[in-house]
Design a protein around this ligand. Structure first.
Ligand SMILES: Nc1ncnc2c1ncn2[C@@H]1O[C@H](COP(=O)(O)OP(=O)(O)O)[C@@H](O)[C@H]1O
Ligand SMILES: CC(=O)OP(=O)(O)O
Ligand SMILES: [Mg+2]
Length: 404
């Protein structure tokens, strides 16, 4: 066994985030991001642990080009893909359907299954596939491991996973709730138990992953029992650009009365709705600035976001029966004190409260923000999907003897 490093790729619809992690000590020799792939003014940002960060602007036409640009930057730091220290490449794959409940070493059959799932993850799975194919072409001898966003949610009971629509139709088209962001929900629920000094099996947690995409989950004793995203990452909470829950009849209405096509409505609900559709901004920092300046549209957008969040907290409280902790994570959850305060305001009757002083403190690690005598712990727990993917990837290649 030689290599101890894992390269993690998180390919989104128009970006690739990457991190090189060393599993000996948890260090990150390099992290980076390629943004605006296929759009004008693409940008690559690369930060080696030892050396200056670099930024490049120019055209990156597709994901294949993005990964080659990443490989070139790693090469410049002597961290190239040909390095013998590299043990494996771990890929975030958003949709794994029902088949993939564990991290999986990629072969042709696995690639074919990820491809088959494109219709239920049209924004994400094609980018994930390109990431795997390009990485494989660059290092054919190295194990490529797929870590699925859906895997953690496969423990949901049928009562939570099924929609109440005709069973034969649903089954014929594999329509059910799969859930996403599972790597984050798994990691954060475990870290929350650790923060409380208890075993994950003994703890019930509501995890609120609030990034650009956002989802909530109810985790009982380390196993997911419900989550807010469904067949696709469109259901549930109000997000940066996605509507979350709507009456499905909105779609028929827009088709019949609004004269819109299915593709136009897909774009409307996924890219022009949520916070950006409500007020023109999807960044919570900008929205709060506008709210504080008295902007009414921003204030309404914020209120709608919070109202939906509060409904899911209440719903998952009821699903779990006993809640030990509520954990806030991802860009908004980790950084926005006003969101955390507003989401739990008025829930003292459920034993939920935020300590104003603790909530206002900015910090790096996992921390409690509930008053000392609170019945339910409220925590800010930074997510680390890359570390989780690297850990799962390394464990798999070590155990399966895939390590060269
Ligand atoms: N300091 C901050 N205060 C409030 N919101 C923030 C802050 N920093 C980041 N965010 C929010 O986090 C979002 C990005 O979250 P992130 O988890 O990185 O999303 P994704 O992984 O989906 O791209 C931004 O759109 C912004 O709304
Ligand atoms: C599944 C999903 O919504 O992912 P992201 O938040 O990265 O868009
Ligand atoms: Mg994210």
């Amino acid at each position: 066994m030689t290599g101890t490093r894992v390269l993690v790729l998180n390919s989104g619809s128009s970006s690739v985030k990457y991190q090189l992690l060393d599993m000996r000590d948890g260090s990150r020799p390099a992290v980076g991001l390629v943004e605006r792939i296929g759009e004008s003014g693409s940008r690559l940002q690369h930060s080696p642990a030892h050396g200056e960060s670099r930024e490049r602007n120019g055209s990156v036409p597709d994901h294949d080009a993005a990964l080659k640009a990443m490989a070139a930057e790693l090469d410049r730091d002597g961290l190239g893909l040909d390095s013998p220290e590299l043990a494996a490449i771990g890929h975030r794959v958003v949709h794994g359907g029902l088949r993939f409940t564990e991290p999986t070493v990629v072969d042709d059959a696995v690639l074919a299954e990820i491809e088959r799932l494109i219709p239920v993850a049209p924004l994400h799975n094609p980018a994930n596939l390109t990431g795997i194919r390009t990485a494989r072409a660059l290092r054919p001898d190295l194990p490529q491991v797929a870590v699925f966003d859906t895997a953690f949610h496969t423990t949901m009971p049928e009562s939570a996973a099924r929609y109440a629509i005709d069973v034969e139709t649903a089954d014929a088209h594999r329509i059910r709730r799969y859930g996403f962001h599972g790597t984050s929900h798994a990691y954060v629920s475990r870290e929350t138990a650790r923060l409380l000094g208890r075993a994950p099996e003994d703890v019930n947690v509501i995890v609120l992953h609030l990034g650009n995409g956002a989802s909530a989950s109810a985790v009982r004793g380390g196993r997911c029992v419900d989550t807010s995203m469904g067949l696709t990452p469109l259901e549930g909470l109000v997000m940066g650009t996605r509507s979350g829950d709507t009456d499905p009849a909105v779609i028929f209405h827009l088709m019949r009365v609004g004269g819109m096509s299915a593709d136009e409505i897909d774009t409307l609900l996924n890219k022009r709705s949520g916070l950006i559709g409500l007020c023109g901004d999807n960044d919570m920092r900008e929205i709060r600035r506008r709210v504080d300046a008295g902007d009414e549209r921003a204030a309404l957008a914020f209120d709608i976001y919070i109202h939906r969040l509060k409904k899911y907290i209440g719903a998952y409280y009821a699903v779990l029966g006993r809640v030990d902790a509520v954990a806030f994570t991802a860009g908004v959850g980790e950084n926005s004190a006003p969101v955390r305060e507003a989401a739990l305001a008025g829930l003292e009757g459920l034993g939920l409260a935020v300590d104003g002083g603790l909530n206002a403190v900015r910090g790096d690690g996992a921390r409690l923000i509930s008053p000392a005598d609170a019945r339910v712990a409220v925590a800010v727990v930074p997510t680390d999907e890359e570390m989780e993917i690297a850990t799962q990837t390394y464990a798999l290649v070590k155990d399966s003897g895939n390590l060269t």
